[in-house]
Design a protein around this ligand. Structure first.
Ligand code: AMP
Length: 224
């Protein structure tokens, strides 16, 4: 199954992608995670991306497309994958269409997750993640322990540096201007599903699975 999770920062794409990934045994490909890891390791890509990320701007399309091409060519992607945070611009979507043709991939299912802006701002400003296992915490719904030590793996819980009020505003503006127009691009050519993300995580997941079920290969249905 080939899925694109689409929506503004903070709508829950990453959380839902992780769950689908575990259940269907297909990788979650988060361009944000790959970039953050590149920055952490100080690679060439990380050095070129860091400044854009700090300011809440998009990393240039050619760097992202190169990165995606390399990632989806790996063997764990042979039976599908979930794109989380990509594509984010029309040129990225066009680049992905070209790649899909070259790699003879079946059409994507596009899942849009929607959440009102004021809820997104609250969610992002309260968000924390375990730097070791990736477990999510949130000051408003699922607070981290006072010592910021992950209850699952004992790793250090941190806040993303771009989850500050000023950068959150910028990221939402960038989303509106550069990413939201992709909806029309995709609505015309792909299976398009829209999910209300302003509900409990479990309910969002249940709705999402119900809606993508008709497109899941018979062999994979047992996993749900
Ligand atoms: P995310 O974790 O998806 O919120 O992404 C964090 C940051 O990484 C974004 O604000 C961008 O600076 C950068 N980024 C992630 N994915 C992309 C993408 N597909 N295109 C351009 N920049 C991206």
């Amino acid at each position: 199954m080939y899925l694109i999770l689409f929506g503004a920062p903070g709508v829950g794409k990453g959380t839902q992608a992780k769950r689908i990934s575990q259940q269907l045994s297909i990788p979650q490909i988060s361009t944000g995670d790959i970039l953050r890891e590149a920055v952490r390791q100080g690679t060439g890509l990380g050095k070129r991306a860091e400044n854009f990320m700090k300011k809440g701007q998009l990393v240039p399309d050619h760097l992202i497309l190169e990165m995606i091409k390399e990632r989806i060519s790996q063997s764990d992607c042979d039976h599908g994958f979930i794109l989380d945070g990509f594509p984010r611009t029309i040129p990225q979507a066009q680049g992905l269409t070209k790649l899909m043709k070259t790699m003879v991939l079946p059409p994507f299912i596009l899942v849009e997750i929607t959440v009102p802006d004021e809820i997104i701002i609250k969610r992002l400003s309260g968000r924390k993640t375990c730097s070791q296992c990736g477990a999510d915490y949130n000051d408003h719904t699922h607070p981290a322990p006072a010592d910021n030590i992950c209850t699952i793996c004992g790793g250090k819980i941190t806040r993303r540096s771009d989850d500050n009020p000023e950068t959150i505003k910028k990221r939402l503006q960038v989303y509106r201007e550069q990413t939201a127009p992709l909806k029309h691009f995709y609505e015309e050519q792909h299976q398009f599903i829209s999910i209300d993300g302003n509900k409990h995580i479990d309910e969002v997941y249940k709705n999402l699975i119900e809606q993508i079920k008709p497109y899941i290969k018979h062999a994979d249905i047992h996993a749900l």
